[in-house]
Design a protein around this ligand. Structure first.
Ligand code: ZN
Length: 243
């Protein structure tokens, strides 16, 4: 909601404010991650980990049960994901995360730590408990949702920037029970979402998810469930894609 208000204000200023006012009123770009070096294969560190989180949705070229390990070690899988990210955003595709790539990564980050096209509130438990009341701490839920958002940014990009609706993101234990969720539902950890991509069939969305590092992909009649079960020790850690 806050983002929408900022955008409305921005649009208003565009209409009435003239160029100087537009610049003054433009929403601040992300409180971006403070990249301090060009990242390439063989490096390691917390900045590599942040890079991996941001390119995790670019895990494969075609349907493949693989994901980008968020381990802080820049290996071949990270290089391949960076190359796919660079291609998707029209950058020089060399697999090295330098200033231009880092600027594009920053453009995907919002000042509140969420991503450009998603808001934290879209993932809140629908019983009003925010990120609380789940199977892990609210801090952990938030971090899990952040990683989920970056994968969904990739899905959105693969869909030609079609907007994505989050039917269900995080669920508190109580809310999960009230909506008849499975007793071990990954929604209670913040690593799952039920999504609808505007103008795209469930089958098409499942196709996007299958190149985006999602290890759980489940077809429903009007939406797609995606999760990252293999990456997290919260339940089954076997790949589970329905046909
Ligand atoms: Zn679900």
């Amino acid at each position: 909601m806050a983002k929408m208000i900022v955008r409305l204000l921005f649009a208003t200023c565009l209409t009435f404010g003239g160029l100087v006012a537009v610049n003054a009123a433009a929403p601040p770009e992300a409180a971006a991650y403070p990249w301090s070096r060009t990242l390439s294969q063989g490096m390691s560190g917390s900045d590599v980990r942040e890079l991996q989180i941001r390119v995790a949705g670019w895990a494969a070229d075609s349907a493949s049960q693989t994901y980008v390990a968020v381990d802080g070690d820049f290996g071949p899988g990270t290089t391949a994901a960076v190359i796919r990210f660079q291609r998707a955003y029209g950058l020089s595709a060399d697999g090295v995360a330098g200033p231009q790539t880092q600027a594009q990564l920053n453009a995907l980050e919002d000042s509140d730590g969420s991503t450009r096209n998603f808001a934290w509130s879209e993932f809140y438990s629908k019983d009003g408990s925010g990120f609380s009341g789940g199977k892990v701490s609210s801090t952990q839920v938030r971090e899990n949702v952040r990683r989920l958002m970056y994968k969904l940014e990739a899905v959105r990009k693969k869909a030609g920037n079609a907007p994505i609706s989050i039917n269900s993101g995080f669920r508190s234990i109580n809310h999960n029970a009230n909506v008849g969720g499975a007793s071990n539902s990954l929604h209670m950890y913040g690593v799952a979402a039920d999504i609808v991509v505007s103008g795209r069939s469930v089958s098409t969305v499942m196709g996007y998810a299958k190149t985006s590092g999602f290890s759980g992909i489940i077809r429903y009649s009007s939406f797609t469930h995606v999760d990252s079960r293999v990456e997290y020790p919260y339940g089954s850690q076997s790949w589970y894609w329905t046909s």
